[in-house]
Design a protein around this ligand. Structure first.
Ligand SMILES: [Mg+2]
Length: 148
C-alpha cells in the first residue's frame, strides 16, 4: 500500500513519471500487488491510479484503519504480508501500525503540502526528534531531516 502525495509524486502532481512507472512494473513482476491509499479526493486519486494501472482507495481517512483493511481485502492479504509506505507519521504510519501492517516512513518528495499536513508536520517533527533521541538513528538522511 502506498500513500500518493509526496510519497509517489509531489502533492497534487498530475503526471506519472517514467521512473515510477518502471518501478511499479518491476514491483508487479516480483509479485507485489499495489494499492494506493490516499486521503486526497476521489477524482485526483482515481485518475492517477488508472494511469498507473494500480488499485486505489481515495478519501481513505488515514489514520483510521478501515481503508487499510479494505485494501487488504481486495487482495486477500493478511497484515503480516502487507506494507504501508508513506511520508506522514500521523496518518500513513500511525494507521498502518494500528492495522498491524509493516510500515515504511519515507522523506516527503516536496515541501509543498495541503495546509492540514503542514500543521501535522510540526507534531511529526517533535515525535521524530524524540524517536531520534531514543533510538539514535544512524542514517545521514534521517539526521539531516531531524536537524532542519
Ligand atoms: Mg503523503
Amino acid at each position: 500500500m502506498f500513500d500518493l502525495d509526496n510519497t509517489l509524486v509531489p502533492w497534487n502532481h498530475p503526471d506519472l513519471p517514467e521512473p515510477l512507472m518502471q518501478w511499479l512494473e518491476l514491483a508487479r513482476k516480483h509479485g507485489f500487488e499495489i494499492c494506493i491509499l490516499s486521503n486526497n479526493s476521489g477524482p485526483r486519486v482515481r485518475e492517477f491510479a488508472k494511469r498507473a494501472g494500480v488499485a486505489y482507495i481515495a478519501d481513505a481517512g488515514k489514520p483510521q484503519t478501515a481503508a487499510y483493511y479494505e485494501a487488504m481485502n481486495k487482495f486477500s492479504a493478511s497484515p503480516e504480508e502487507t506494507v504501508m509506505v508513506g511520508d506522514q507519521l500521523l496518518t500513513d504510519i500511525h494507521g498502518g501500525r494500528k492495522a498491524g501492517v509493516y510500515t515504511v516512513l519515507v522523506l516527503p518528495i516536496a515541501k509543498s503540502e495541503w495546509w492540514g499536513t503542514r500543521i501535522n508536520r510540526q507534531v511529526e517533527k517533535l515525535i521524530l526528534y524524540m524517536l531520534h533521541r531514543k533510538f539514535r538513528f544512524s542514517s545521514p538522511v534521517q539526521k539531516k531531516e531531524f536537524h532542519e
